[in-house]
Design a protein around this ligand. Sequence first.
Ligand code: NAD
Length: 445
Amino acid sequence: MHVSIFGTGYVGLVTGACLAEVGNDVVCVDIDSDKIDALNHGRVPIYEPGLTPIVASNREAGRLHFTTDAAEAVARAEIIFIAVGTPPDEDGSADLQYVLAVADTIGRHLQRPAVIVDKSTVPVGTADRVRAAIASALAERGVQIAFEVVANPEFLKEGAAVEDCMRPDRIVIGASSDDAVERLRRLYAPFNRSHDRIVTMDVRSAELTKYAANAMLATKISFMNEIANIAEKVGADVESVRQGIGSDPRIGRHFIYPGAGYGGSCFPKDVQALARTALHHGHTPVLLQAVEAVNERQKSHLFDLLVQHYCGIDTLRGKTFAVWGLAFKPDTDDMREAPSRRLLQQLQDAGARVRAYDPEAMDEMRRVFGERDDLLLCDSAEHALQGADALVLVTEWKQFRSPDFAALRDVLADAAIFDGRNVYAPEMVEEAGLAYYGIGRGRSV
Ligand code: NAD
């Protein structure tokens, strides 16, 4: 099929590459000419496992194209995806300016009947607005071309995006005609072979499903962080509690890990946007507001543990901290809303120095923070430790999981580890002669 995709970010680029990989002819469009230029020179601007090889092979095979030419991309396609960003507006609601700009572009250039597929995460009712924007642009041209707008929210996870796209848990299709569903069924057939993963529904339910999924996941995280904070106060270990509750199949073991707070480009903005939608419709989203409040507080928790260990904020002045992990989670270079950003800011405000390292996010780090006297961007985990007083682990990359604790004790002047993801066994750390602080590990604090 001839597919065009607007937005060449995490969602658009991965979707485009995977659709090309199974034989479609795909054009990825972006207004960011630097990004398109890089892709046309074989450089993939984001880190996502498995993405670079399929972008390269499909480009070479002539099935995957990158352009800023929206008119040509619209004119040739039978299926057009909208996969542009929906960042938070000032009041937390989703900013739809990019989505609606694409809708207008589609209306201005549409030449043949097409299905318009909204993959961006958008509030309930957006498909109606997209439809209206396209219809209005077509009317201005004085032409009538059949089109349908379908809600097909994306559930891929950064860090496993290619895998999720190739083997999705589910494919949600919200449409008002059987014909549109059928066309998407055919497009997704290669990813839907072992059993039917396609869930069809009306458009509004599909739009809400995406927010409900992210809000549920964020709720699980905030819930566990709440329990962790209680565990810390009462002298219990949240890791034992986690295992104790996870063995109940109604609760399950997934996604109940306490930590330094959730970040990324989705959970924070989607929880906020869903809360705004609820308020807009006269419903006070008490639970969602609490989920967000708990997360906001949690992002300061590592810093609070540092203050506790050093008996006050003033003692942090002049100290040097090695920070391992900057991306909002492992296997990505994405630092949007990452807990590390809050910590780095707090350390800077307290007059501390930081030696920071992340396996993939150093370029992003350079872009976001720049290099400063009090912030050294290091080229390895070991380099970050040199001259540091203590280690703070913020993102649980695999390579940070089994350090030589005896060597850490020798190199860290204050011999202390602050483990923002509970990846270390406190006994092992303490046996090596280091102080250990985790999240909700009441036994050691
Ligand atoms: P992104 O910021 O990585 O990429 C968006 C791209 O859209 C940018 O390259 C931008 O230049 C481009 N763009 C903006 N306006 C454009 C226009 N008029 N025409 C063409 N391109 C345009 O965003 P993302 O992370 O890929 O997210 C896209 C959407 O998918 C969002 O709504 C997001 O909430 C949702 N989503 C993201 C993820 C994720 O893990 N990143 C997962 C599921 C859903």
